[in-house]
Each structure stands twice: as structure tokens, then as C-alpha cells.
Design a protein around this ligand. Structure first.
Ligand SMILES: [Zn+2]
Ligand SMILES: [Zn+2]
Length: 334
């Protein structure tokens, strides 16, 4: 019997035996090999995610890479044994947002690991349209970071980085460090990560940041583009203070349902700031990340600092919870 990590209801988590999956028309059953867990998974376990975005009992796992096991009727572009990643957001493809290409804003929210079974299991069922094949040469541990990379990539795209610019990232968690790594692809003149935990400095540099700072100082620092990926009110305020006049600020972090940040109205207007935010990722952004993986341009290996066998899920969740030491991505191995 295949195993699956199951959250029957908020507060409990266990490994269960589940029925073998059979793909329907246009579907694929894949065998996940690496499954990343993140802060959102902790929130799903705690039961603090907006009920509109989750359905229990839930098999978590929205960041993964794996191998095609069985293809359903009508699936011609994929075959068993192929290494794959897959988009987790399942867009309807017919609503006004989807038709505009903004599949992240689909009117019908549906996502693996939230409203339908995720990949923390021996098998996962995915619509074939969302599956992106990879060459065997792509490291599947790194490929399991495609989902957070797509989130960062879509946000970066909103900020339109250009070579030679001064770029700052606020935050030192996985999405922030991933954003820094991807921003380096645009050849910035300066790329500084502003974090809180000095222990993350080495990781930030290894992933392509040119400097890691914990202090910002009172004066504006003149960055052309600032990407906020910490998800706290103070990080948002910090991001506004780092931008130059005429600069762009992209907000990526979720701070929690009722959290409000102080908005420097006059500074924003006087400084002619472009303020943008980004939710999830579009199909296009995920496809671009898949292409970057295939061509070896995403080298996030150092980000995976913790690996646990699926049976050790309790240790994995605990490692994610504890804020001490260097912490990148926590990964389950199947
Ligand atoms: Zn995540
Ligand atoms: Zn739609």
C-alpha cells in the first residue's frame, strides 16, 4: 500500500496507508522523490490558513520533484520513468484571469497540498497539463525547489530587473534567498540581502548575494529594486526605506491575516515609488523556472540544509519550527 503524510484535522499529522491512485483521462500519477516543506505547511498543520484555501483531511506537499509512474488515457507527451516537476496551482483556464495569463488569480482556487492531495506521499495525482518534464541531468533535489523558485521568479518579473542595477532583498528565509539567487541572473551591479539572522549570511553569499547586512541605518540607501520576502510589517517598512527615488518595491512575503504595516505615504509619493505585490506564480513563470532548471541556471543546492526520510516527518517539521543555526530548505526524501 502507498503511504501518505496526512493531516486529518488541524493539529494532528501522521503517516497512513492509502489507496493506490489511478490516473483518469489527462491525468498522471507520479512518484515524488523529494518534497520540500515550508512555513505554510506549519500553518496548514496549525489550522491557521484561511479556510477558503484549504480542505481537511489533507495530504500536504506543494514543493516536489519526482518520476512519472502511470499516465492516464489521452496523455501523450509524458511517459513512465520521466523526471518531472509540476505546478501546484490548478487553474480552470477559462475564467477571465486565466485567459489573460494570470493563472495565479484564477477565480476557482485549487492547489495541490491545500485543496487537493499533495506530494508528501508515495504517489501524487496531477493534471498532465501542469507537469513539466526534466532531463535526467537535472538534480531532483534542486528541482524540488521549483515551486518556491516560481513564486520568487514571478515576483521578480513584476519588478523588471535590468543589468547593472542596485538590488536589495529583504528577508533571509528560503524565498528571500531564492529571490537573491534568481536576481543574480540579471547581472546586478549590487545585490544585498538584508536579513535578521547573521547565521544565514554564508548561505546568502553562497547563493549569489554580494553582501549580507542585518542593519539598514536611518537613511535611504538608493536601491533601484527592492524585493521584500520576509513577510513582516517591519520588513515592508524596511523595504520602502531602501528604495531610491523612482525605485521599485516588490512585496512577496505574507505577514499573516490581520497584520498591517506603516505606510510612508509622503515618502512613497515624493520618492515616486512603484509599489508592486505578487501572489503565487503563473503557469508561464513556472514554465520559465523549468527552463532555467533544464539549462542549469538554477543552482540552489546549498539551500537544502536539512533532509529527512518521510518516516522522520516529525523531526522534519521540528527542524522547520526551530529558528536556530543556518536554516535553508527542509526536505523530505522518499
Ligand atoms: Zn511552500
Ligand atoms: Zn481560471
Amino acid at each position: 500500500m502507498p503511504r501518505a503524510l496526512v493531516i486529518p484535522a488541524p493539529g494532528s499529522l501522521g503517516l497512513e496507508e492509502v489507496d493506490r491512485l489511478v490516473p483518469g483521462p489527462g491525468e498522471v500519477v507520479a512518484r515524488p522523490l523529494y518534497v520540500g516543506i515550508c512555513g505554510t505547511d506549519l500553518e496548514l498543520l496549525a489550522g491557521v490558513v484561511d479556510p477558503a484555501y484549504v480542505r481537511y483531511p489533507l495530504i500536504p506537499g506543494h514543493e516536489w520533484s519526482g518520476v512519472v509512474e502511470v499516465t492516464g488515457p489521452g496523455v501523450t507527451a509524458l511517459s513512465p520513468g520521466q523526471h518531472v516537476i509540476a505546478e501546484g496551482i490548478v487553474p480552470c483556464r477559462v475564467c477571465a484571469s486565466c485567459v489573460r495569463g494570470l493563472t495565479n488569480l484564477c477565480e476557482t482556487y485549487d492547489e495541490l497540498g491545500f485543496t487537493r492531495a499533495g506530494a508528501a506521499a508515495d504517489q501524487v495525482l496531477v493534471p498532465a497539463q501542469l507537469v513539466h518534464p526534466l532531463d535526467d541531468s537535472v538534480n531532483l533535489v534542486v528541482a524540488a525547489l521549483a515551486e518556491p523558485a516560481a513564486v520568487a521568479w514571478r515576483g521578480i518579473g513584476r519588478g523588471k530587473p535590468r543589468p547593472g542595477e542596485r538590488v536589495a532583498v529583504v528577508g533571509d528565509g528560503t524565498v528571500a534567498l531564492t529571490a537573491a539567487h534568481l536576481l543574480a541572473l540579471f547581472s546586478p551591479a549590487e545585490l544585498v540581502v538584508f536579513g535578521q539572522r547573521p547565521a544565514q549570511a554564508g548561505l546568502a553569499i553562497a547563493l549569489g548575494a554580494m553582501a549580507f547586512e542585518t542593519e539598514t541605518g536611518p537613511d535611504p540607501m538608493g536601491f533601484d529594486l527592492v524585493v521584500e520576502a520576509a513577510g513582516t510589517a517591519s520588513a515592508v517598512e524596511r523595504a520602502f526605506g531602501l528604495a531610491r527615488r523612482g525605485g521599485r518595491v516588490v512585496l512577496l512575503g505574507l505577514a499573516g491575516h490581520d497584520v498591517r504595516a506603516q505606510f510612508p505615504v509622503d515618502d512613497a509619493v515624493n520618492n515616486d515609488l512603484a509599489i508592486l505585490a505578487s501572489f503565487g506564480y503563473t503557469s508561464a513563470a513556472f514554465g520559465e523556472v523549468a527552463a532555467l532548471l533544464r539549462t542549469g541556471q538554477i543552482r540552489l543546492g546549498p539551500l537544502v540544509t536539512h533532509r529527512f526520510a518521510l518516516e522522520k516527518y516529525t523531526d522534519a517539521y521540528e527542524a522547520l519550527r526551530s529558528g536556530t543555526g543556518v536554516r535553508g530548505k527542509v526536505m523530505l526524501e522518499l
